[in-house]
Write a protein that binds this ligand. Sequence first.
Ligand code: SAM
Length: 501
Amino acid sequence: MGLPIDVLTNDKYGRYAVANKDLAAGEEVINELPVVVGPKLDTYPLCLGCLAPVDASALCSACGWPVCDAQCEKLPMHADSECKVFQACGVKFTVPTEAMGTSPQYECLTPLRLLLAKDKDPTLWDNEVKVLMTHAEKRRQNPQWGANQVNVVDFLRKKCKLESRFSEDDIHQAIGILEVNGFEARAQSGSMVLCLYPKTSMLAHNCVPNTVHSIAPTNEKGERYRIVVRAALPIPKGATLYTSYAHTLDPTMLRREHLNLSKFFECDCARCADPTELGTHMSSLKCTKCDNGIILASNPLDPSAAWKCNGYNCGNTLRGDQVRRVLAVVQADLEAADQGEGDALLGPVEAREKLLKQYKSVFHPRHALVLQLKHGLAQIYGRVDGYSLDELPDILLERKMELCRENLAALDVVAPGMSRIRGLTLYELHVPMILHARSRFQADLLSDSQLRQELAAAAAVLREAADILCLEDPTTPEGSVGLMARESLLQLQASIDSLPV
Ligand SMILES: C[S@@+](CC[C@H](N)C(=O)[O-])C[C@H]1O[C@@H](n2cnc3c(N)ncnc32)[C@H](O)[C@@H]1O
C-alpha cells in the first residue's frame, strides 16, 4: 500500500510532505529501514558491529578496527561494509590516548557506509538518496569543511586507497546528506548513533511538530533501526507534515541557533516568531528592575534584537548577546547537574532544587531551561536514595505532581498530542496522584467517593500515557513503560471498582 503522503516542492522548504488523506492521531505515516546506520561524527570508539562503546582492546580479526568480540565482527553492518575496505588498504585503527576520547578516524565511517550503500542499491541511491539536500555552498564556508576534507575525504581517498572509486565531491556529498538529513537514534547500549531515512527526510521542520517518530535499535522482528512515523494529532488531508529537528525543551534562541548551524535555515515557525512562545513563556526572563515585569525578545527572529521588559514604565532592556550568555551559563549548570558534577555535598534532588531557587529571580517559571530542570527532577523524585516513592511524604508527592503538571502545560502547546515526552510525563504524574489520594484517605482527609474520584483522575492520566507509549516498539524503554502502564491501568481499575459506591 502507498504511503499516506504526497511530496510537494516549494521555495521555502524544497521538497516536503503533505497528508494525502485525513490522518487520525497515532496513525502510521511512514515505516522504513535506514539506508545506513553508523557512528556520529564526533564519537568515542564504538563497536562497529553493535555500536556499543568499547575501549578498543578487542579488534576485528579481519581489519583491525574496534568490535566487542568475534560475534560482533561478523555482523553485516561491519562485515559487509567498511571491513572489506580496511582489509584491502591495511589502514589500522589508532586507539585514542584518552579513555572515552573522541576518535577522528571514526569520522569517515558513516560517510563510507553511505557511499558503499550506493553500490548495494543503485536504484535507491539514484531515486531517493542522491537527491537529498546537502547545503554544500553554506557548509563550504564553515571551518568544519576543512576538517572533513582532512579526516574524511583525504583519509578515504588517500589512506584507504579509494581515489578511483569516490571523488572528493562524492564524499563531501555523503557527509552533507548525513549532516542535513541524518536522524539520531539511541543504540541498545545507550550511545547515540546516526541513521538515514530518505522518506522520513521529506518531513519539513516545525518547532511544534504534528508527527512523532520512534526508532527501535532491534525491534520485535529483529530488524535494526526501523523508524515508524505517526501522526501526533488528527491531521487533515492536504496539511503539511512536520517533525522537529530541534529540542522541544530548548528556548527559541537555542533552537534557532541549532537549526541554523546544523540544518542551515532560519526557522520562522509560529512558535519561533512569537516572543511568548505561544503563551508558554519558554523564552521569557524575569525583570530584575521592577516587580512583575517579564523581559521578552523584541524580535525573536533576530538574535541581535533587544529584549525589553513589558512592565509599565520599566524600560529595562537587555542585548541579545547578554541573554545568550545567561543561557550558556545555565546550560553549563544543567550539564554539570546531569553528570553529577555539581555541589559535591548535595544529592541529585537537592542539587536541582538549589538551581531552581537560584534561577527564580532570572527566569519565568516556565522558561524552557527551567522546564528541563523540572523534567529531570520529576523523574528522580521517587527514584533516588532517600526519595523512593514509598518514603515520599505528601508534600513531596505534591511537588512531583506540580513539576509534572508544569511541564505538561507547556508540552500540551509545544509537543501536543501523542508525543513521547507527554506520554512519559503523564506516566510520571499518575503515581504520585494515586499515592497522594491513598495517603489522605488513610488520614481520613478524603471520603470514599473523593478517593474514587481522585483514583479515576489518575486512571485517566495513566490511560493516556499507556495509549501514547504503547505506540512505541515494545523492545524500547518507552515501549516497555507503555506495557507497564497498560498492566497498572487494569490493576488500578480493579481497585477503583472494588471501592464502596
Ligand atoms: C531533512 S531536509 C528536508 C528535505 C528537503 N526539503 C529536500 O528537499 O530534500 C532539511 C532541509 O529542508 C529545509 N527545511 C525543512 N524545514 C524547513 C523550514 N521549516 N524552514 C525552512 N527550510 C526548511 C532546509 O533546507 C533543511 O536543511
